[in-house]
Design a protein. Structure first.
Length: 386
């Protein structure tokens, strides 16, 4: 056995121990500062990290591949995730309180600011190399480039907060809930029909370009991976439903980034509490970060992905980055952070969270973010990023 192989094995063992220790410590701290509910949230986040890493379930690459390669498998896996989750979330939001499981959706107005924010996010996810969930699970899996993207993402998130109230004054459509307007059954049937139609469109594009669909990746091991995209979609749907049950609202990621950035800026002496965005969140700034549900789920996701990478024997950070990789990671992270604050979140909070809440804004976010992704994909190609 070569020295390189021995070093790789040792580093993966250490990473697995660190991941388990991190998950345990975060669970205990979340339980202490926020109660058992947040302790469960850490474990749900860990499951998300495991599933995202083993299935390589990225929103960014799937959107890019349907454009550049005319391959739609990743896009269809996203729609499977949305459909499976909505089948449970719509009735839960409508009737859960009657059975002792109260749950509310993410239903927001959508206007000029949200459209611009989603468009920025779409550009940023292609330049940065990952969306919000993608940034977290690849950073947790040992990608040094994505650690840079994550740092810029956090900075961009808090940088939007001083004047986000000004963006909020721009014209917007009213919030619309299809679950409220049509009931959970009709809302689900309509959602499933739209997802199926777009999925069939992607099948047609792929077959026209290649003659047949790409072979489906199979699951090799539940513990060490890799997983199929179908299994990944099912497990992430489980994560989404568990989050709705435990936290009473959909899964979100980027509000945690803004909070981390706000705490850092405050520690450096920046008067963030003077900004309207933070004036209704002063308690969050003062409390431990382990009392914030979104933050502890993010920590769980990071450690879950680290553990998954270690189990797969792939935790091997590469510390040398090219100037292009460094610059695009920073720009991409900044755009995603800023855009997410304007658009009520990211691919998880706004896209997944919006659509599985039956909200119009989730569909509109998809349209504008995909448009931004098209531009981001062209920029990637011009920069030679593939």
């Amino acid at each position: 056995m070569t020295a390189l192989v021995q070093t790789l094995i040792a580093s993966n063992r250490i990473a697995l121990l660190l991941a388990l220790a991190g998950l345990t410590a975060t669970t205990l701290l979340a339980n202490h500062f926020g109660g058992a509910r947040l302790g469960y949230a850490v474990l749900i986040g860990g499951l998300a990290g495991l599933a995202l890493y083993h299935a390589s379930f990225g929103f960014t690459a799937a959107w890019r591949r349907i454009v550049t390669e005319k391959r739609g498998g990743g896009l269809r896996a996203q729609f499977l995730l949305l459909g499976l989750t909505a089948a449970i979330s719509f009735p839960l939001i409508a009737w859960g309180a009657d059975y002792g499981v109260p749950a509310g959706g993410f239903v927001f107005p959508f206007g000029v600011a949200a459209a611009f924010g989603a468009f920025l996010f779409g550009i940023g996810m292609q330049l940065g190399g990952g969306c919000a969930s993608g940034t977290l699970f690849t950073a947790g899996g040992g990608s040094t480039r994505m650690m840079v993207t994550l740092a810029a993402f956090i900075f961009g998130s808090v940088a939007a907060t001083p004047h986000i109230h000004l963006w909020g004054q721009l014209p917007k459509l009213p919030a619309v809930s299809f679950v409220t307007e049509f009931g959970p059954v009709a809302a689900f049937l309509g959602t499933a029909a739209v997802l199926a139609l777009i999925g069939l469109w992607s099948v047609r594009i792929e077959k026209r370009a290649h003659g047949s669909l790409a072979p489906v990746k199979k699951t090799e091991s539940l513990l060490t991976g890799p997983w199929s995209l179908v299994l990944g979609a099912v497990m992430i749907a489980v994560v989404s439903i568990l989050t709705l049950i435990v936290l009473g609202r959909p899964w979100g990621i980027t509000s945690g980034f803004a909070l981390w950035g706000g705490k850092i800026w405050q520690a450096l002496g920046v008067p963030v509490t003077d900004w309207p965005y933070w004036q209704w969140q002063t308690e969050a700034l003062e409390r431990s970060v382990f009392a914030d549900a979104t933050s502890v789920m993010n920590f769980g996701l990071l450690f879950g992905a680290m553990g998954a990478a270690a189990l797969a024997g792939k935790f091997a950070p590469v510390w040398k980055l090219s100037t292009r990789d460094l610059v695009t990671a920073i720009i991409g992270g900044l755009l995603m952070g800023y855009g997410a604050r304007l658009a009520y979140g990211c691919n998880i909070g706004a896209y997944l969270g919006g659509i599985i809440s039956g909200s119009l804004h989730g569909w509109l976010w998809l349209v504008f973010a995909f448009a931004g992704s098209l531009l981001g994909t062209r920029l990637r190609l011009k920069l030679g990023m593939g």
